[in-house]
Design a protein around this ligand. Structure first.
Ligand SMILES: [Cu+2]
Length: 340
């Protein structure tokens, strides 16, 4: 999910070029965006996975279909998810691979029997007009946040039996360097372009959530953090609150200490998200997301911590009933520095 904390200055000429080529050929847009001409992708295999197309969701899997799990893999491309249609409930170990050229995510939302157009309408409202009430039929069940092309990430999450959709809420613009995204720019979310995969969950496989390297606890409205140490880590993100929460983790440039990080974060969160950050404010780079989860739920996420660096952690969700983001309205953000 997009953190919604900052949008960067305009480079209008380039934006026009990129938009033009986005329509005709994404290779050009991507090459311009990251300064490379060679697309890099990971090889994709799709063992016993069924391809899902989103515009016409297939009927429910048959009653005697064999569910996948607890280990499942979802592959993201432009613009589709290659994902199982039926999985065993309980703890699911999900690997998401980005085999496309753009950035993608795999957010799992519980949708029940709500038809796809109505879900999409609710997602549009949620993504583009933060602070509106979230409809009762929509629940967040974690997933994998923004993944760069050619990368993969893992999460373990809990899926009670029910009907879900795997969605990507990013747009083509999210694949551009932040400095190229003009203020107020908009593009269709990728779940409207094919990245909407219905998922049915049956039964409970009885697997347990792995422990990881520590637990980050979200409540209404604070984070409790474990001790941190440098290196590749897997953390449990647990929601003990009554509201949905997520964690967007940003890494400040080297040399930014906790004090400077706190001041910067306060300035960024207070700023208009469509405006450039105040002059000279160091900005944290998004490095990890614990995707949104509902109350009494937990998931794991991966995060590589650098020695001596300062990080931000913030929740930009609002209450289900609407209102300001938890970061802006409730002060649900923190700074931490990893020991050198
Ligand atoms: Cu929150």
């Amino acid at each position: 999910m997009r953190p919604d904390m900052k949008r960067a200055p305009v480079w209008l000429a380039c934006f026009v070029l990129i938009l033009g080529s986005c329509r005709g050929g994404k290779d050009n847009a991507q090459s311009r965006a990251d300064g490379k001409t060679t697309p890099t992708t990971v090889p994709v295999t799709a063992p016993d996975l069924l391809t899902t197309t989103s515009t016409t969701p297939s009927p429910e899997p048959p009653a005697d279909a064999a569910p996948a799990g607890p280990d499942i893999t979802v592959t993201a491309t432009e613009y589709a998810f290659d994902a199982p249609r039926l999985v065993t409930g309980g703890v699911v170990n999900l690997t998401v691979r980005n085999a496309g050229r753009e950035r993608h995510e795999a957010l799992i939302v519980k949708v029940g029997d709500t038809p796809q157009p109505k879900v999409v309408q609710a997602l549009d409202a949620f993504v583009n007009t933060r602070g509106q009430p979230i409809p009762d039929f929509l629940d967040f069940n974690g997933g994998i946040g923004t993944l760069n092309k050619g990368t993969e990430a893992k999460t373990s999450l809990t899926l009670p039996p029910g009907k879900y959709a795997i969605v990507c809420t990013l747009t083509d613009l999210d694949s551009l360097h932040a400095n190229l995204v003009p203020a107020g720019a908009n593009a269709p979310e990728l779940y409207t372009k094919g990245m909407y995969a219905p998922l049915t969950v049956r039964g409970d496989g009885g697997a347990a959530l792995p422990g990881g390297d520590g637990t980050i606890v979200a409540s209404d409205y604070a984070f409790k953090l474990p001790p941190f140490s440098a290196g590749p880590r897997t953390f449990v993100f647990r929601n003990d609150g009554a509201q949905p929460h997520f964690a967007s983790i940003g890494e400040f440039p080297a040399g930014v200490d906790a004090d400077a990080g706190r001041k910067a974060l306060q300035a960024l969160i207070g700023a208009n998200p469509l405006a450039p950050a105040p002059e000279g404010t160091p900005e944290p780079a998004d490095v990890a997301f614990a995707e949104p989860i509902g109350p009494k739920s937990a998931e794991t996420f991966q995060l590589t911590l650098q020695p001596g660096r300062t990080y931000s952690i913030a929740c930009f969700l609002s209450d289900r009933g609407g209102g300001p983001s938890h970061a802006a309205g409730k002060g649900m953000f923190m700074i931490f520095t990893v020991p050198a």
